[in-house]
Ligand binder design. Structure first.
Ligand SMILES: [Zn+2]
Length: 305
């Protein structure tokens, strides 16, 4: 049996555990707030690795940000991680092999190997959080592209309403389909649609309405919240249709904090009524919050054994 130290690096917290080559946990999951300073973060990586280095066969990182083609460094800017993160050579952190993968790619791999997409050799996992992440698996392989950055589905441009994305560009899909996008849609609808005057949130400032207000509002049958949610869902489905038509997949897996509010069978029906490729299954992810760690561990095992 192999022992893989799996570390998932997020903007607010870092989690790690030992996992075997089947994706089974050998230890509990440890949680540590992600240091805001690059030297502290590097020291933390080294400390965690040192504590486990004797007994492990390799280390696997899942991280925010796009990863290079050799899986040794993070290439794109990651605003919620410390400055200098892009300069870390992960392969130098341990005397044992080290592998680093984008967290959305790793989560997609976990869904493909063990989760909601098991058995589907062509599948895409879309992660709906603050942004929109994605991992594309084609013919049983994780699609990496020429630089390792393939699958950044949130950056797909759609014919939107001129919204400025956090990246500075206009009309990235994630500026609509993410949690941030839902909040923006709530804001715009509050400002420009009279339906807001009848809403349970009419006394709130439009900029203070949160994604969870909208989710609660839908449950309370608030017409304004329902309209905002419908607009958001339509924007989400636009991108999903594009992805299925381009990649001709067997399934689309919806993951991330907002994913659980999607009705998968309803989304599947809408998508299948529009796509030009064959029928697609839409499923909610079922690998949970540790999908990144598990996927990275399985990918590392494939690479190093
Ligand atoms: Zn963007």
């Amino acid at each position: 049996m192999k022992k893989i130290l799996a570390i998932d690096v997020g903007g607010t917290k870092l989690i790690y555990a030992l996992i075997n080559e089947k994706g089974e946990f050998l230890t509990g999951v440890n949680r540590i707030p992600t240091p805001k300073n690059i030297e502290e973060l590097k020291s933390l990586f080294k400390k965690i690795i040192l504590e486990n280095e004797q007994e492990i066969d390799m280390t696997a990182f899942a991280t925010a940000g796009a990863v290079n083609i050799t899986n040794t460094a993070v290439k794109s800017s990651t605003p919620n991680l410390p400055v200098g993160y892009n300069n870390i050579d992960f392969s130098q952190l341990s005397i044992k092999p080290v592998y680093v993968e984008n967290d959305a790619n790793a989560a997609a791999w976990a869904e493909y190997k063990l989760g909601a997409a098991k058995g589907d050799d062509n599948t895409i996992t879309v992660t709906l959080g603050t942004g929109v992440g994605g991992g594309i698996i084609i013919e049983g392989k994780l699609l990496r592209g020429k630089s390792g950055r393939a699958g950044e589905v949130g950056s797909m441009k759609i014919n939107g309403r001129g919204r400025i994305c956090t990246c500075g560009r206009k009309d990235c899909w994630e500026s609509y389909a993410s949690g941030t996008g839902l909040k923006k849609t709530a804001y715009e609808t509050a400002l420009y649609d009279e339906i807001f005057n009848e809403s349970i949130y009419k006394n709130k400032k439009p900029e203070e309405i949160t994604t969870y207000d909208i989710i609660d509002g839908v449950n309370f049958n608030d017409e304004y919240s329902k309209k905002v949610f419908e607009i958001w869902k339509k924007d989400l489905i636009t991108g999903l249709i594009n992805l299925v038509d381009i990649f001709d997949t067997e399934s689309i897996i919806i993951s991330g904090g907002l994913g659980k509010f999607i009705n998968a069978s309803e989304a599947q029906e809408v998508i299948n009524s529009e796509i030009v490729t064959g029928e697609v299954k839409v499923r909610l992810a079922n690998m949970g919050n540790y999908a990144g760690m598990i996927g990275a561990a399985l990918l590392a095992y494939e690479k190093f054994s």
